[in-house]
Design a protein around this ligand. Sequence first.
Ligand SMILES: [Zn+2]
Length: 367
Amino acid sequence: MAEELLCEAETGAAMSWSEDADEEDADGLNGRRRGRPAVLLTLNPEFGRIVAVSLRMNLIETLIADFSGSGLAQSRCALATRALDAGALCDLVIAQIDAMLDATATPRHRLLGIGIALQGIVNADTGRHLWSPALSVTDVDLAKPLRQAFGVEVVMANDAVAVALALAAAEPALAQGLSATIMVGHGVGMGVVVDGEARWGAGAGSEIGHVKLAPDGPQCRCGQRGCIEAYLADYALYRDARTFLDLPPAASQQPSEAQMALLRERALGGDPRLEQLFGQAGRALAEAVAATISVLRPHHVILAGPGLQAFEMMRRAYEERLDQAVLPWLLKSTAIHVRPSESATIVDGMVRRTLRVVDRNQMETTE
Ligand SMILES: [Zn+2]
């Protein structure tokens, strides 16, 4: 049965023909219907499986999902990603995917697609990963070795694009028209979705995080100075807070989720220096929103990612700056939504993106 793309939906008796002759005869056929009983068809979850991988600073997160997109198993591998060369990186991703197949007893021929979400600049057409702050190697072809190892479709995207797709799927109102999702967390990225699809520009992502606020501003991971990200990303906040607070050191300057939770907890204690730090981050967020609205004029701006868990600490400075940073008529024409998503949203969105591509290929081969 696993080969069948479609299967009957479990909706109870509602979709089967009524045997009761006394029932109201709405269509006047008096039960003289022919052919198979009508059933709702749905995607067969066992038709095949999808693996999604999120590669970001010091972390490789992997999820295996069934054909309906439901997660079956997940793993997180913490390691120094900047120490990997291209070969070691490919081998590691292959090993993570193999581990997910083993953990769920999935035979290799049941794997239909692999989605890789990367922090940084991706060429979604060629599958090349051009640059990432999480890696010391540049212009790596990750798709080809994975395609060779597993013989399946490999889909690449910037991780903010994956988050944008996951949020658009969870809340269909956000998928109407042009939506720009600004993801704040291990970096600051943007995914642009048009009517729920990632079909905008070169790879649907944008590097809003590296727009400059001040030529001599704080050091950014990209190597340049004064980027929006250098005020707003979790590593920047944690790094700057450590200059005046006793906080445990972060591995390769990347604070863990627990360390960021500790920082937020300290900020709630009312330390004026932290208030100033989060205020600065709020102003940087306002600049990112203002630039996005002014350039793109999207229907929706969605502020997402784990970094938005600190939004209340940034809110006042953010709102004050936003009013000055964008023309009021433009501001009124875009709806701004705050959705402090978990980092796991990246792999969820990547499963969705990959399923879309696999579906399209299945349709093409059955035509
Ligand atoms: Zn930068």
